[in-house]
Design a protein around this ligand. Structure first.
Ligand code: GDP
Ligand code: ZN
Length: 311
């Protein structure tokens, strides 16, 4: 933890915190720390309420969420321009928009695109999937493109970067910082989980800028509550759906479906409708499982409240 005195402390959660709730400090959290002379670790007494949080389904638990980062101002989604994965991008956009903050898409490795035309095609395609998000095209070969990212993370702000491993996140961060950040990882570590974690998610300060939170090792991006995120990421389908005859239209074979009509006209790609439906189904089934878990707990009178469930 980076404390107000600018020192970094190794921390552990207080026993009370561990007993009371499953709430754990994540990168970006503000916490109340207790320092002691005798103990080599500072104690996290309290985790302050989060203003924003990036949440996914816990990959190992059916009915629990997992917060990956807190209190940030922007989500940066990195995808390689030369090997873009639209389905994954749609999912990343849903998770990012669910947080409520500004979202930008960074298309990396532009130099690996075969031609400028290919670059333009991918850029246009991505542009058509987003509304207000900024889409940046970058390459480690092009210093100016990196500067454009810097201006997205001004001093006083925090950005979280998500993206599959290998898309170029570390390369970008190293260029923003001006040296290999890995070497300074210990100094800036704000990971409340301490040293035993294998993946370090840390806040990295950009000179003359804000902080960037790298999210290495985030494999699965299962949806948790995502209704708002889906609405925002699939703005085109949501807008069309207002003209469907039935309010609860599933856009399958109902008569008077405006979304299907748009697919027939080729205004919306069939694949996009398919992933919209799949993501809707995913978040609905998570909601079902959570409700089921809640019912079970009430019935058995489980004494321990799992706060995550109530968020
Ligand atoms: P991360 O896993 O997202 O942090 O990805 P890395 O930053 O480690 O990049 C993965 C690989 O892609 C490395 O071999 C980088 O050198 C390479 N790479 C990253 N950005 C670029 C780029 O803009 N152009 C090219 N040609 N290679 C890049
Ligand atoms: Zn419909």
């Amino acid at each position: 933890m980076l404390a107000e005195d600018k020192k970094t402390y190794r921390c552990e959660h207080s026993v009370a915190l561990v007993k009371e709730a499953t709430l754990r400090a994540v990168v970006g959290d503000w916490v109340a720390l207790e320092l002691s002379e005798s103990h080599d670790k500072a104690i996290i007494k309290e985790i302050l309420p989060r203003e924003t949080q990036l949440v996914r389904k816990d990959p190992t638990e059916q009915a629990l969420s997992q917060v990956l980062a807190a209190n940030f101002d922007r989500v940066l989604i990195a995808q390689p321009l030369n090997d873009i994965n639209i389905r994954r991008l749609e999912r990343e956009l849903v998770l990012a928009h669910e947080t409520g903050v500004a979202v930008s898409v960074i298309l990396t490795k532009a130099d690996l695109a075969a031609t400028e035309e290919e670059q333009a095609v991918v850029f246009e395609q991505v542009q058509s999937l987003v509304t207000n998000e900024e889409v940046l095209v970058i390459s480690t070969e092009d210093a100016q493109s990196i500067e454009a990212v810097r201006s997205l993370v001004p001093a006083g702000e925090i950005a979280v970067m998500i993206g599959k491993s290998g898309v170029g996140k570390s390369s970008l961060i190293n260029l923003l910082v001006g040296f290999e950040v890995q070497k300074t990882a210990d100094v800036r570590s704000v990971d409340g989980k301490g040293r035993h974690t294998t993946v370090s998610r840390e806040m990295i300060q950009i000179p003359e800028g804000g902080y960037i939170i790298d999210m290495p090792g985030v494999r699965g991006l299962g949806l948790w509550d995502a209704d708002f995120g889906i609405e925002t990421a699939f703005f085109d389908i949501e807008e069309l759906a207002r003209d469907c005859r039935f309010r609860d239209c599933k856009h399958e074979s109902e008569p008077g479906c405006a979304v299907r009509a748009a697919v027939e006209r080729a205004d919306v790609a069939e694949s996009r409708l398919k992933s919209y439906r799949a993501l809707k189904k995913e978040t609905a089934s998570v909601q079902d499982r959570r409700e089921e878990a809640q019912r079970l707990r009430t019935r058995t009178g489980h004494p321990r409240t799992r706060r995550f469930l109530d968020e």
